[in-house]
Design a protein around this ligand. Structure first.
Ligand code: N01
Length: 529
């Protein structure tokens, strides 16, 4: 069997760019993708209302000026079909489809220490061998289906937002239930409410959500965007979130009430997830955070007409922004519709799913369709489900039993020639994922170039360097309010998962400087042999 130079797992933003860079640098590269097409997250999450919470002009590749110049986004916040069309366009333009084995899920990955080769086996039994493996498997791709008693007994139609069917289900005249009120639930609920006869939302935890001030780009605006693109990209390159936006120049506690409210209102109007970073101290100082939290709660109460429903929709128990703030179009307004009902599972927990619907302690909710918007085994799930075996057969799930250990979120000790992109130990979900993927892929492929030039066969992070980086990731998180929330950032949504804050919260620019430094010091922290 041929031994390739590189195998790339996943054909989303990160995987596509990894394939392009590897091939451009002359490596013999092959891609494997579980889906039947490119797109990753944007292939699978085609639920109604799916939209990116980062502006389209930032959430797109920067590596090719021609690509950037040749694509015109229609809206400020692109919807899923447009982002998927963009990724298909990229794959066409750079002729990537023919490098990818579609419709194959990687089931195992074993490192042969003697041959210095990785062997990946897919669900159809195909084996791929390569010297290096790049896991571009996504941080929110391993779908989480909660273990609710009777779930398999439901006689109606079951849908997952994260695996929405290609053929749009007909919900007209149907009684629909949704479990989950994270970003996926919050984006789909307004649209489902319009399509269904009735909609019952089963909410365990309320979430903060800020409207997306979406609008189409006019030709005039687009011309301005094009002219300003280079400055915009330059500003994003080392920015805290990989976008050009900056926090208010003063802390929330340094300004008076009037100035504070004006700043919060301005960010609210700007919309989306950035509200969580209005003030520079908002995620580190609870008093500063409280101002933003109360402001967002007032908005909920002002929108939702029924006071009891409004109170149920006000989040409890976590500072604002410590779970990812959702970005919605008409979410809270949806609860003013006569066909929508909110069930607060904190007061009225689920007893079981029955063939006819959902039974809660105080109610019987008859349904034709049940939608799970219940999230993902985030950051580690896509990797530990493959469970790569490294040196001496070491399992990744074992190496990470007490939480993920990585060097720069790029390599794992004990797993030579294996790289992770957008995984734990990197800013990933806390930054602009597209620029982040470019940074990580460039770093990895530059390293592969170095290996080829100097006859290096093996690359592996040192245990002490990985321990230090992992400690730094944890310490940085501890200095913020983030670990206080029971979020998927800490794995709290998956039973039995070790509670560890997984992404690097020190900022995209800071992280990038660490990566630059390691590269400039001949890949400090990694052993090249
Ligand atoms: O998943 P989630 P998501 N019984 O984990 C509930 C990105 N994203 O797919 O909080 C009842 O946030 C769970 O309740 P609780 C974005 O980064 C971005 O919505 O565990 N409920 C929660 O309400 C986002 O953060 C966009 O109490 C149960 C929900 O299911 C990330 O993906 C759009 C339950 C899961 O929410 C994940 O979002 C979509 C149970 N047994 C996603 N188990 C953009 O805007 C779970 N839940 C770009």
């Amino acid at each position: 069997m041929d031994v390739r130079d590189v195998v790339v797992v996943g054909a989303g933003f990160a995987g596509l760019y990894a394939l392009h860079r590897c091939r451009s640098d002359g490596f013999d590269v092959v891609g494997v993708e579980a889906a039947d097409g490119v797109g990753g997250t944007w292939y699978w999450n085609r639920y109604p209302g799916a939209r990116c919470d980062v502006e389209s002009i930032d959430y797109s590749y920067s590596f090719s000026a021609e690509l950037q110049d040749g694509w015109r986004w229609s809206e400020r916040y692109a919807a899923q079909p447009e982002i998927l069309a963009y990724l298909e366009h990229v794959a066409e333009r750079f002729d990537l489809h023919r490098l990818i084995r579609f419709g194959r899920t990687v089931r195992s990955a074993h490192f042969d220490e003697d041959a210095v080769v990785w062997t990946l086996t897919t669900d159809d039994g195909e084996r791929l061998r390569a010297r290096f493996v790049i896991f571009a498997t996504g941080c929110l791709s391993a779908v989480h289906r909660p273990d609710i008693p009777g779930a398999d007994d439901f006689a109606g139609q079951v849908l997952f937002t994260a695996r929405w069917p290609h053929r749009e289900p007909d919900l007209a005249g149907k009684r629909v239930g949704v479990i989950g009120t994270g970003s996926s639930g919050i984006q789909s609920i307004p649209v489902l409410a319009e399509r269904a006869a009735s909609l019952t939302v089963f909410q365990r935890s309320a979430n903060y959500s800020v409207p997306a001030p979406n609008r189409p780009f006019t030709d005039e605006e687009w011309e301005r965007v094009r002219a300003e693109y280079p400055q915009r990209r330059a500003k994003s390159a080392y920015a805290p979130a990989g976008t050009p936006h900056e926090a208010y120049p003063k802390g929330a506690l340094e300004v008076d009430e009037q100035e504070r409210r004006a700043a919060l209102e301005q960010r609210w109007q700007q919309g989306g997830v950035l509200f969580g970073k209005t003030f520079p101290d908002q995620n580190t100082d609870l008093a500063a955070n409280d101002h933003a939290r109360r402001f967002a709660e007032e908005k909920i109460r002002a929108i939702v007409r029924d006071p009891a429903t409004a109170e149920d929709l006000v989040p409890v128990g976590h500072p604002i922004g410590t779970k990812r703030i959702c970005t919605d179009v008409g979410y809270f307004e949806t609860y003013n519709r006569s066909n929508v009902r909110l069930v607060n599972l904190r007061r009225d927990p689920v007893v079981a799913i029955r063939p006819w619907g959902v039974e809660t302690e105080h109610g019987r909710h008859e349904l034709d369709v049940l939608v799970y918007a219940t999230g993902f085994d985030a950051l580690t799930g896509a990797l530990t489900r493959i469970d790569p075996r490294g040196r001496g057969g070491l399992r990744l799930s074992r190496a990470w039993a007490d939480g993920p250990v990585t060097c720069l979120g790029l390599g794992v000790p004990g797993f030579p020639n294996m790289f992770t992109v957008s995984g734990p130990g990197s800013p990933s979900v806390l930054a602009n994922m597209v620029l982040h993927a470019e940074v990580q892929v460039d770093w990895v492929v530059d390293l592969l170039d170095r290996c080829r030039a100097d006859g290096v066969a093996e690359v592996e992070p040192r245990h002490d360097a990985a321990a230090r980086w992992t400690e730094h990731v944890a310490e940085t998180a501890e200095r913020t309010l983030y670990p206080r929330a029971d979020s998927w950032y800490v794995g709290a949504n998956v039973t039995g998962k070790k509670r560890v804050f997984m992404p690097y919260v020190g900022g995209f620019g800071t992280y990038r400087r660490f990566c630059d430094q390691a590269r400039d010091n001949d890949y400090a922290g990694f052993v090249l042999t």
